[in-house]
Design a protein around this ligand. Structure first.
Ligand SMILES: Cc1cc2nc3c(=O)[nH]c(=O)nc-3n(C[C@H](O)[C@H](O)[C@H](O)COP(=O)(O)OP(=O)(O)OC[C@H]3O[C@@H](n4cnc5c(N)ncnc54)[C@H](O)[C@@H]3O)c2cc1C
Length: 235
């Protein structure tokens, strides 16, 4: 599917949301991702293709992706090109896919756990719930490196969710949780029942580590739904 870059908006110093107008209307479920092709001159070894979650709500007119810019030599040629896109540029996206989506049963208790940019599928889901005025029992834990990287606060406010935010390298003024999200913290937020589902999204090591620890702590494997972002070395 072709899509035309419309504009981008800063979410934080190093995080932006990119808006695209698809050539035709696209059906997708909140939480899904796409394969994104961005041909450019002299691509590095990491190439011209990436996976990105659609951070938009399926009800939005434009499709969005939200991503982080590592900066300087650390950034791939792909990200350098993306962050310099000119409005009107055409890109290629695959049909949205993936099963990191809401369960059918509306009353299923949900615990969402995001590491850094892993907040994107939850943004899509929460925006869609807000658009459709659907009420679900959701708790959200959100780990970030520092306070400047907390994004999408407006969406949390709009739907009335107060996330438990855990900051890895907080300023002295930070009054909330510090360090890393642990299985103990997740299970302490709300005692899970047999039908609780815990959705974990973020850097691969974080997601895999938490999934193992949650299982060891007694959650059945089917209660843990994972979305892993490879190539992020931290949150
Ligand atoms: C299902 C799925 C959904 C995803 N959704 C999103 C999303 O919503 N938003 C998002 O930002 N990403 C998402 N990703 C990850 C995305 O596809 C990229 O892998 C990620 O953005 C990193 O991009 P980049 O490789 O261009 O690296 P950059 O962003 O340019 O750099 C990221 C980090 O990679 C390190 N690095 C440097 N060189 C290398 C190297 N050679 N190999 C590996 N790492 C290196 C850098 O130190 C830097 O810290 C998703 C991935 C999957 C599989």
């Amino acid at each position: 599917m072709k899509a035309v870059f419309d504009h981008s908006e800063a979410e934080a110093d190093n995080i932006r949301t990119f808006y695209f107008k698809p050539e035709r209307s696209v059906q997708y479920t909140a939480g899904q991702y796409t394969e994104f092709h961005l041909p450019h001159h002299n691509p590095d070894k990491r190439g011209t293709q990436r996976w990105f979650t659609l951070s938009s709500s399926p009800d939005d007119e434009l499709l969005t992706i939200t991503t982080k810019y590592a900066g300087g030599d650390k950034s791939s040629s792909f990200k350098k090109t993306l962050f310099k896109l000119k409005p009107g540029t055409e890109v290629d996206m695959a049909e949205p896919m993936g099963d990191f989506v809401l369960p059918k049963l509306i009353q299923t208790p949900l615990i969402f756990v995001a590491g850094g940019i892993g907040i994107t599928p939850f943004h899509s889901i929460l925006s869609w719930l807000s658009d459709t005025v659907e009420d679900r029992p959701i708790k959200l834990l959100y780990g970030v490196r520092n306070e400047d990287e907390i994004i999408f606060q407006e969406t949390f406010d709009k739907i009335g969710i107060e996330p438990t935010i855990v900051v890895g390298e907080p300023s002295a003024a930070w009054g909330g949780e510090r360090g890393r999200i642990t299985a103990e913290l997740i299970l302490g937020i709300e005692k899970p029942s047999d039908d609780t589902l815990v959705y974990v999204s973020g850097p691969e090591p974080m997601v895999q580590g938490l999934a193992q620890d949650l299982h060891k702590a007694g959650l059945d494997k089917h209660q843990i739904v994972s979305d892993e972002f490879p190539n992020y070395d931290g949150i």
